[in-house]
Design a protein around this ligand. Structure first.
Ligand code: ADP
Length: 492
């Protein structure tokens, strides 16, 4: 199959979150399976400085955006360690900026214009490249206009009329909502601005547009695909998603074990596997405690947390629990994250008050994220909702037992250490169903109790998690099946 990925992020060209990892890993796996993926991404300043070679091509685009005609060029590169071509749509006034979407706490005012240009630019570049594409794999709101452009403007043209579209929803919390006059920038007729298609509560909604016009939709875990059809997890779009439930499915993201595996991770102080983890993790833990200024105690449970400091990730709950436990219990916390200011203040305060038990590094550091995964005993993810989540999967491989809220991808990947699940050797972590501090505390205490008093059961949990395979090879095969189903419907 010839598959064109269109995304606003892809590693190493541009990244703010998990989307960028997916759009790097999945095309590479598809190439290994014998398919022909290509990738489109904007030529951001980040992309120009990422160190990959960017070659000019003779392809140019010329896009009508509102009352302007905006020219652009197409640059060419490839994904690292592969031959997958990456085409970058260049237009400096839109993309040569310090950040991708927002600066100083507010979104760029012309985001609708920027991504309308990107989508139309991709459509033109596809024609210029000339490779017959079977499936256009769109991602998130930034590419939501593409299925609409294809269906409304191009479906009668021979090059485009058999092209199918899939839209992957990475997070329903981000929808690309703009005031209604931005409809003019899309170049589509006002007749589409209605509540069945592009309009949502008086605004233009680009994610809704994609959901309505794509041939199929998927999310990054099966459980999240179910949850978003019910309030509040569709963030208002529940009825639209229910209407499309016959073509809505979920595929869990994979892990890149080339970079996330304690067997050969160069970023951690001692490598280890499922037979040597006791000694390996002890070294990593002592080094981490030392590095973070925590008291170096081998037997206090050390809890790791890494992630965006956003409401979605459950920091209210974790912060409240830490306040309660920090002065009374023998639990240590290693926290790494950046995001909203009030969480920075909360974590700063806790780490100042309990420097031997709480460390909060408020920065982005891939290397420290690896050292926390290796050095911590357990890893908390108390997300309110979680489309897939990657850190719990890294934790499994690093023998760091996940403690999670049973939602979305966390529910699909973590099996609670109940007596039955332990007896069946299925358990790989701890989970709680009700989002609340009492349940989180009870679950953390269950984990600490097992860690301290039942080392044999703890070892079983660690080793079950370490042996599991959540690699992209599995997930990519599921995508191939999904693509085949979509094409069979589109091209009978
Ligand atoms: P999301 O995409 O919602 O932010 P995921 O768990 O799917 O959450 O992926 C987040 C990725 O970003 C993970 O690889 C995580 O380790 C990484 N990450 C997030 N915050 C930081 C940070 N402050 N330092 C290093 N890595 C981080």
């Amino acid at each position: 199959m010839n598959i064109a990925f269109v995304s606003s992020e892809v590693v190493p060209f541009a990244k703010t979150g998990g989307l960028a990892d997916v759009v790097e890993a999945l095309p590479r796996e598809l190439e290994k399976l014998g398919h022909n993926p290509i990738v489109f991404v904007p030529a951001y300043r980040q992309a120009r400085r990422c160190g990959m070679p960017l070659e000019p091509t003779d392809m140019e685009v010329s896009v009508v955006v509102g009352s302007k005609v905006v020219p652009g060029r197409v640059l060419r590169s490839h994904l690292p360690q592969s031959r997958v071509p990456v085409f970058l749509i260049e237009q400096d006034s839109y993309f040569d900026r310090p950040q991708l979407y927002r600066e100083n706490g507010s979104d760029y005012k012309d985001n609708c214009e920027r991504f309308a240009f990107f989508c139309r630019g991709v459509m033109q570049a596809l024609g210029a490249i000339g490779m017959p594409i079977d499936l256009l794999h769109c991602n998130d709101w930034q590419t939501g206009l593409l299925p609409a452009y294809l269906r409304i403007e191009r479906a009668h043209l021979p090059f485009y009329n058999r092209m199918a579209t899939l839209l992957t929803l990475h997070n329903m919390g981000y929808q690309g909502r703009f005031w209604h006059w931005d409809m003019l920038l899309t170049g589509l007729d006002w007749k589409y601005f209605n509540w069945h298609q592009m309009e949502f509560h008086g605004e233009l909604n680009l994610l809704k547009t994609g959901i309505v016009f794509a041939d199929a939709i998927n999310t990054v875990s099966p459980q999240y695909a179910r949850e978003i059809q019910n309030e509040p997890w569709g963030h208002g779009l529940e009825p639209v998603l229910r209407h499309r439930s016959d073509v809505l499915s979920g595929i869990i993201n994979g892990v890149n074990y080339d970079t996330w595996d304690p067997r050969h991770d160069p970023l951690i102080p001692a490598t280890y596997d499922e037979t040597s983890w006791v000694a390996g993790k002890a070294k990593c833990k002592a080094a981490l405690q030392h590095e973070l200024g925590l008291s170096v105690q081998a037997d206090s449970p050390l809890v790791g947390l890494v992630g965006r400091l956003a409401e979605q990730k459950g920091w209210d709950l974790v912060g409240a629990l830490m306040e309660r436990l920090a002065s009374s219990r023998d639990v240590q916390w290693a926290i790494l994250g950046t995001g909203e200011e009030h969480y920075h203040e909360l974590l700063h305060r806790l780490s100042r008050r309990h420097p031997d038990r709480v460390s909060a590094r408020l920065e982005f550091s891939d290397a420290l994220a690896h050292r926390i995964e290796a050095g911590a005993d357990m890893f908390v993810m108390a997300s309110r909702y979680e489309p897939c989540g990657l850190n719990q999967l890294y934790s499994l491989r690093y023998g760091t037992v996940p403690i999670v809220h049973r939602t979305g991808g966390l529910a699909d990947t973590i099996t609670d250490a109940t007596p039955e699940n332990l007896a069946a050797s299925r358990a790989n972590g701890f989970s709680f169903g009700n989002y609340g501090i009492a349940d989180l505390e009870e679950t953390l205490m269950r984990a600490c109790h097992m860690y301290v008093h039942e080392p044999a059961q703890w070892a079983q949990l660690v080793e079950t998690g370490m042996r599991q395979d959540w690699s992209w090879a599995h997930s990519a095969r599921r995508y191939v099946d999904l693509y085949s189903q979509i094409l069979a419907r589109k091209q009978p």
